[in-house]
Design a protein around this ligand. Structure first.
Ligand code: SF4
Ligand code: SF4
Length: 200
């Protein structure tokens, strides 16, 4: 339910959800991708109570699980929650039913991308891509380059300039990237992942 101040509280699904929009097979697909059985969720909301980002999400973590249980595909794939989740696993470790919520969020992000769903938080998606590209290039992240590429793509090269400067002064950022020794293994992982995505 959406409260009078417009904010979505822990609890029932917002009234705007059309239950006619359910898609058979969506629950099975997310279960398969995440390795989780979402039907085990009993809606205790422990996950949402402990999530550090729940208040910034359009659907709280327990509501995301509910959407998946009911097969409300469009709402789940186009939600901001799946991009705001940082995969910290706080919810997964606290769940009394051992539901790996972080894996469900990951499966939803993957499905949103492969199915061309509207990405609710395109900047976050772009940032994810820069992080993955950095790992592909070096086997680890080069944070300075990620920030620069991300800001350039947004035509805002000097965003976070002061923050970057402070991080450099505190030696929290490396000026130059360095590669891990076993780059061929990293490339193999990326190839394997690509082949798996094409397979299904
Ligand atoms: S903590 Fe687990 S069982 Fe409780 S609502 Fe969240 S996913 Fe469901
Ligand atoms: S993994 Fe995502 S949903 Fe779970 S607590 Fe962390 S941010 Fe919230």
């Amino acid at each position: 339910m959406v409260e009078s101040d417009g904010k979505n509280r822990l609890g029932a699904l917002p009234d705007c959800i059309e239950m006619t929009e359910t898609e058979p097979g969506f629950t099975t697909e997310i279960n398969r991708r995440s390795g989780v059985n979402v039907d085990l969720c009993w809606q205790c909301k422990t996950c949402s109570g402990g999530c550090p980002f729940a208040e910034s999400m359009d659907y709280h973590p327990n509501q995301i699980i509910r959407l998946v249980q009911l097969g409300v595909k469009n709402a789940a794939l186009s939600s901001s929650s799946i991009w705001i989740c940082v995969g910290c696993h706080t919810c997964s470790t606290a769940c009394p039913q051992a539901i790996d919520m972080a894996a469900v969020m990951d499966a939803l992000r993957q499905t949103a991308i492969t199915e061309g769903a509207a990405i609710a938080e395109p900047h976050i998606h772009d940032f994810h891509k820069e992080v993955v590209n950095s790992i592909h290039r070096y086997g680890r992240t080069h944070k300075l380059e990620i920030m620069l590429r991300y800001n350039l793509a947004r035509r805002n090269p000097f965003a976070d300039f002061n923050l970057g400067l402070r991080m450099l002064q505190k030696r929290k950022l490396d000026l130059l990237p360095s590669k891990v020794r076993r780059m061929p293994d990293i490339r193999k992982l990326f190839k394997k992942k690509k082949a798996a995505s094409h397979a299904g």
